[in-house]
Each structure stands twice: as C-alpha cells, then as structure tokens.
Design a protein around this ligand. Structure first.
Ligand SMILES: [Zn+2]
Ligand SMILES: [Zn+2]
Length: 238
C-alpha cells in the first residue's frame, strides 16, 4: 500500500483480522495526512500481525521508527507504538531500488516540504507511479527533477498531486504542491498512459472537481493521456 492516511481504517475492513496480516507500506513522508491512519489499522492491532513500512530518511537524523514513537504515545494516543500488539518494522530509505516479493520498487526523493519520496512499482512490464505531494517550480514554470522523471518515464499509471488551480497556486506557491495543469504536463512530458489526479485540495467540492476533471480529460485526450480523478474506493486494473 501507498501511505497511511485516514482511508487506512476502511481499507483494513477487507484485510485479515486474526493476526495473520502481512503487509508492506511505501510511505512518501511524515505529514499528518499521510500517517494518521496507522494506529487505527485494525489488522495490525493483533498479535502475530506484521507490517513493513518503508519511509524516507529524516532530515533531523531520527529514524522513521523514532518519529512514529514520538507521535504514537500518550496523551495523543492511549498507548505507545511499542505496546501495539502487531510487529512494525520500519525501513529508512532514500534514492533506492529494491524488490518486495516479485515487485520491483524504485524510490526517489522529490521536491515537497521535508524529505519526501515518490515511488514506482513494477511487475511483469506494468508500472504504477505514486507522486502524492510534488512541489512544482515556484514561478509556475514547467520543469521536473531527474528523480521524478525517472519514476514517471513511460509509466502505465501515474497517481499525481493535483491540489491547485493556477490561481490557488499563485497564493500558495511554496506549500509543497502543484497545479492540475502541472500534473498533466508531467504525464505528457514523461509519456504516461493514465494520469490519476490525486491529493485534491481539501476545500474542493465534488461539483468543482467534476468541472476541473472534464477540462483536464479533454486536454489529456488531445495529448494521448487518459485522465481520471481519484476518489475513495476507486479500483484500477493495470
Ligand atoms: Zn505533505
Ligand atoms: Zn499530503
């Protein structure tokens, strides 16, 4: 799985609840919206469960495990991380290439606020890229770092930050995100087949999102990129 947001609680309903859970998370970074679901993920709250979490090395020298220990503890949570019944194994990574089972994983540090990773997962010639939080150039120009390009190059599916309209970005250009137009530019520039707009601005309502998506779908189709908007419960077949 990618990240540990609040959706994790609902995802857990479909997982083993009897202590046989085995899972792996590729975690982009430590901001609240990406980690808050962890202590509420019921499958790991059972003796015998095992959860591997791969996350970026921290700028302050702490390990990922130390950061989680500092967050999951009283008074903000009833018990300490180490008192949760399942076993958690944290792996500190940066620009790495590794395998998880049969899956090939590529992690690259990407521009955001604080150390943040993007991931590319490949299996049998198919690839999914997850770039949830991606700072575009502050002046609004279109450019991409080598690491992000390496992830996106020719991907079947790119799940990409699409938080702002250009007008919103002008007000919040250093908040770590990008425009919907930038997401489409990345997809076209890197030869991506399907772009999944993700990390919508939290203030956006469904009607606003529908209007945005209709426009980007049209622009994407003209450039040969299939565009869809991510929503809760969406399943994609690659
Ligand atoms: Zn973030
Ligand atoms: Zn975020």
């Amino acid at each position: 799985m990618f990240d540990l947001g609040t959706g994790l609680r609902y995802f857990g309903h479909g997982c083993d609840q009897d202590g046989n859970f085995r899972g792996v998370c590729l975690l982009t970074h430590m901001h609240w919206d990406h980690i808050q679901g962890l202590p509420f993920f019921v499958p790991t709250l059972r003796p015998g469960a095992h959860f591997d979490v791969y996350a970026p090395v921290q700028e302050d020298g702490r390990t990922v495990c130390e950061v989680f220990r500092s967050l999951i503890k009283p008074p903000t949570f009833p018990v300490n991380l180490d008192d949760l019944p399942g076993t958690f194994e944290f792996h500190d990574i940066a620009n790495d290439d590794f395998t998880i089972g049969n899956y090939e994983v590529k992690s690259r540090l990407v521009p955001h606020i604080g150390n943040t990773l993007g991931f590319r997962v490949s299996l049998g010639g198919s690839s999914v890229v997850y770039l949830s939080d991606h700072q575009m150039p502050l002046d609004g120009s279109m450019a991409i770092t080598d690491g992000a390009r390496e992830l996106c190059d020719g991907a079947d599916v790119l799940v990409h930050d699409s938080q702002y309209t250009p007008g919103e970005f002008a007000q919040k250009n250093n908040w770590g995100h990008c425009t919907i137009e930038y997401a489409l530019w990345v997809a076209i520039e890197c030869g991506v087949k399907t772009l999944v707009l993700f990390h919508h601005d939290p203030g956006r309502c469904d009607d606003e999102l529908d209007a945005i998506v209709a426009r980007v779908v049209r622009d994407g189709a003209a450039a040969g990129v299939n565009v869809i908007a991510a929503h809760e419960g969406l399943t994609l077949h690659v």
